[in-house]
Design a protein around this ligand. Sequence first.
Ligand SMILES: [Zn+2]
Length: 205
Amino acid sequence: MANTTLNDLLIQYERKKTKAEMDLENRKKNLYEKIPELLQIEEELNTYAINTAKNILNNITTDTKELNKKIDDLKLQKEKILEANHIDVNYLKPFYECTKCKDTGYYTDSNYKSVMCSCLKQKLLNISYNKSNISNLYKENFDTFDDTLFSDEVDISKYKFNISPRKNINNIRLKCLNFVNNFDDLSTKNLLFTGNTGLRKNFYV
Ligand SMILES: [Zn+2]
């Protein structure tokens, strides 16, 4: 079950990542049509990257200092052109929802280990939170509790108690509050709510 949730989320992440990258390709295409000079620079940068990779694979040593200078010069030229056209440099980068993991859900830490990103952890937490009744807390809590919904009539034959339902529910409320206020105390015992379904054990509204 948990693995299905994670797999579903990872499929969503893959879609988001692909969308961000396709969006970048479209932006680049439009921009390069308007400013062909940028396309030339991009192609030169790609050629350098391919050649460097080829040289590494063929064990050919290259003058990295000179190469890095050429690459830096091209990048600077690109930035200047963008600036002259009032375009932010980030416009030519993918707009990922999460820059930390680039919408993959994982990132590589300083020890080169793949770590689950906080954005994915949060999504998993949200799913388990929504599956639980805790997600209703904003409207179902001690402050919104209304004891006037309970009768203050004492009727043993009807309610099977020698106190009114209102007095009974307020006693339960006090016990619950006491439980919450002493939650960290290890001697505090758990609370167990029992009863048939449909008795509104979650909350009374
Ligand atoms: Zn992330």
